[in-house]
Design a binder for this molecule. Structure first.
Ligand SMILES: Cc1cc2nc3c(=O)[nH]c(=O)nc-3n(C[C@H](O)[C@H](O)[C@H](O)COP(=O)(O)OP(=O)(O)OC[C@H]3O[C@@H](n4cnc5c(N)ncnc54)[C@H](O)[C@@H]3O)c2cc1C
Length: 242
């Protein structure tokens, strides 16, 4: 066991260039071969010794969630939050109506596989991000399982009429002319090697790290509780006094 000060620390699967961690398995000391360290682009180049050297069980796959909003004269259709009954096979709820604090009403989001990690627009594509998704076996397993739903989401992304049909299951009176396009967000969705979409918070601990691997909805609502949980774990894990 190695020590940091008086704290015993076991590190596994690390790569410290120019020095090796003295204990634990699968620690290496090599140039990690990243894209552009000076500009903060830490993606691994082909041939990097870090590729497949870790024990990370999940990979992040981006899913864009697109919104419409009700035009002002039709906001009265929605007096509260209106949600569908969730399908437990999927981590995404399906489109719903959300009354916002400023008085507006959002309709959405869908859940479309994004071709760019920060792909807030439907037509954003990053070849590198596509390669990263395509080189993860879990992505293909996920697509094999959920291709029908995935195509449906793309259809609802490209066709306003299809999006509106989804919303009409909740409010039959809503029409396309009641809605205008609004913003979008990208979910950093953890996908298992099996292709399963991780649908719960995933917080893992090693002796000197606490990693938040998956923070899906409702992580915004639960953010204070998650923060408290991590702070408590850190107090125990790192023997921090109040
Ligand atoms: C469409 C959509 C709908 C959602 N609906 C809900 C909901 O109804 N209720 C709910 O509770 N949750 C909802 N969520 C989920 C919620 O928004 C996320 O789970 C939550 O924001 C995750 O928090 P986070 O701190 O992990 O990440 P984020 O909130 O994404 O924060 C990460 C921050 O790090 C910054 N960052 C990233 N990379 C770098 C870098 N290299 N250097 C510096 N800064 C960087 C980003 O700009 C960002 O500000 C929704 C998410 C989406 C996408």
């Amino acid at each position: 066991m190695a020590y940091v000060g008086t704290i015993p620390v076991l590190v596994t699967h690390s790569n410290i260039e120019g020095g090796i961690w003295p204990s634990g398995t699968a620690n290496i000391s090599q140039d990690p071969l990243v894209e552009n360290e000076a500009e903060g682009d830490l993606r691994l180049l082909t041939g990097s010794p870090r590729i497949d050297a870790a024990n990370n069980p999940v990979e992040i796959v981006p899913f864009r969630g697109e919104y419409y909003e009700l035009i002002e004269s039709r906001r009265s259709l929605v007096k509260n939050l209106i949600y569908p009954v969730p399908d437990p096979r999927f981590p995404f709820l399906g489109v719903h109506f959300t009354r916002m604090i400023g008085g507006g009403v959002e309709a959405g989001p869908n859940a479309v596989l994004s071709f760019k990690r920060d792909g807030y627009d439907r037509f954003n594509v990053s070849l590198r991000d596509c390669l990263s998704i395509a080189s993860f076996a879990g992505s293909w397993r996920m697509m094999a399982k959920h291709w029908r739903m995935g195509l449906g989401e793309w259809h609802r992304s490209l066709s306003k009429r299809a999006f509106v049909t989804g919303l009409q299951k909740l409010i039959p009176q809503v029409t396309a002319s009641d809605l205008k396009r609004a913003g979008s967000g990208v979910r950093a969705q953890a996908v298992e090697k099996t292709g399963a979409l991780a649908d719960d918070f995933r917080i893992i601990e090693h002796q000197n790290f606490i990693h938040v691997l998956n923070a899906p909805s409702p992580a915004a609502t639960a953010s204070l509780s998650i923060g408290e949980y991590i702070a408590k774990r850190a107090e125990t894990q790192f023997a921090i006094d109040d």
